[in-house]
Design a protein around this ligand. Structure first.
Ligand code: PLP
Length: 379
């Protein structure tokens, strides 16, 4: 099945009791049984809910995976994954990681004995020297946030396999339309479905997809045992979002390219990070592992100061100044004062996050309007 057909049909079926083509919102906490233990596959809604079941199947199909497991947020999904490990186990990750994932690892799971190391991964040949006998998982994100660096998924899968470790990919930035890590050898895919999958900035959700039955069984157990489950209304919104993922992503990619090229020739712009430029260090890997380059861009101003960046952010009329990404509307953010404000300035700059760095989540409005808006804000 090709992408468009898959996102609309795979994993879902009309409601058997009524024929409703859209999966109903099963807003119920429990299910009546004919007698003790005699039920129709549903007992209690933390354990299973029919709206959630269809969403999990649809998400699994979207990533070419067998098993989908849904959670109340992206971080709840990642938190549950950490429970696959034991004290002393190490997770090796990248130094350009989503801030909330970093916080979960360092401020929560280190207290329970898990170990984490964060290294530069855009050159995959450096990764294997950091793998130790206690490394149980390699956790990557590609493209990264907000510097749009690219990590080679196939190379990481080979390194993980050799070390007897798992490879997990946070595929939030690319979405299942642009990149399918399981096809490239990853064991686990995680999404903040809050972003492109939901696509309309109206729901918070996370999911994990895998082909490994052992991992899936452990995650279904943890989903019920720990209980970070999404409600049925949220599952419905995601089922709806998924059906238009491919058309939205096509437009995000088209608009992203137009805006990246516009910014690059602008006299007041110093540098543009977008993985579709042929001179981007990760271009050839991005080209081989992604179907398009997406709508996430960051750029630096020639006037490399916080004040100059803040002026741009407070002058846009269509781009809304907000955290998050992946919705139909364009958003603009300033990592130094927003998402990465808690990182000391020297450390932030050493990692490439300069004072004027601005991040764009390019939406699906008319590109001409978006370009005019950025132009007047930068001028
Ligand atoms: C937003 C985000 C998360 C966290 O997801 P929530 O749904 O906000 O909990 C994780 N990874 C990436 C790349 C994100 O953008």
């Amino acid at each position: 099945m090709k992408a468009a057909t898959k996102f609309i049909h795979a994993g879902v079926h009309p409601d058997p009791s009524t024929g409703a083509i859209m999966t109903p919102i099963f807003q119920t906490s429990t299910f009546v049984q004919d007698g003790p233990g005699k039920h129709k596959g549903y007992e209690y809604a933390r354990t299973q809910n029919p709206t959630r079941t269809q969403l999990q199947n649809a998400l699994a199909a979207a990533e070419n995976g067998k098993y989908g497991i849904s959670f109340g947020s992206g971080l709840a999904a990642t938190d549950t994954l950490m429970k696959l490990f034991k004290p002393g186990d190490e997770i090796l990750s990248t130094n350009d990681l989503y801030g909330g994932t970093y916080r979960l690892m360092r401020k929560v799971w280190e207290n329970y004995g898990l170990q984490f190391r964060f290294i530069e991964m855009s050159d995959a040949s450096h990764i294997s020297q950091h793998v130790t006998p206690t490394t149980r998982m390699i956790w990557i994100e590609t493209p990264t946030n907000p510097l749009i660096r690219i990590i080679d998924i196939q190379a990481c899968a080979a390194i993980a396999k050799k070390a007897g470790a798992l490879l997990a990919v946070d595929n939030t930035f690319a979405s299942p339309y642009l990149q399918n890590p399981l096809d490239l050898g990853a064991d686990i895919v995680m999404h903040s479905a809050t972003k492109y999958i939901g696509g309309h900035s109206d729901v918070v959700h996370g999911c994990v997809i895998t082909n490994n039955k052992d991992i899936a069984d452990q995650l279904y157990f943890l989903q019920n045992a720990c209980g970070a489950v999404p409600g049925p209304q949220d599952c419905f919104l995601l089922l709806r979002g998924l059906k238009t993922l491919h058309v939205r992503m096509q437009r995000h990619c088209e608009n992203g390219e137009k805006i990246a090229r516009f910014l690059r020739q602008h006299a007041k712009v110093k540098k543009v990070n977008w993985c579709g430029f042929e001179d981007h260090p990760g271009y050839s890997i991005a080209k081989s592992q992604m179907r398009g380059f997406g709508g996430m861009i960051s750029f630096e101003l020639k006037d490399n100061t916080v004040e100059a960046a803040v002026k741009v952010l407070s002058s846009t009329k269509i781009f809304a100044c907000a955290e998050s990404l992946g919705g139909v509307e364009s958003l603009i953010g300033h990592p130094a004062t927003m998402t990465h404000a808690s990182i000391p300035r020297e450390e932030r700059i050493a990692n490439g996050l300069t004072d004027s760095l601005i991040r764009l989540s390019v939406g699906i409005e008319d590109a001409e309007d978006l370009i005019a808006d950025l132009n007047q804000a930068i001028e």
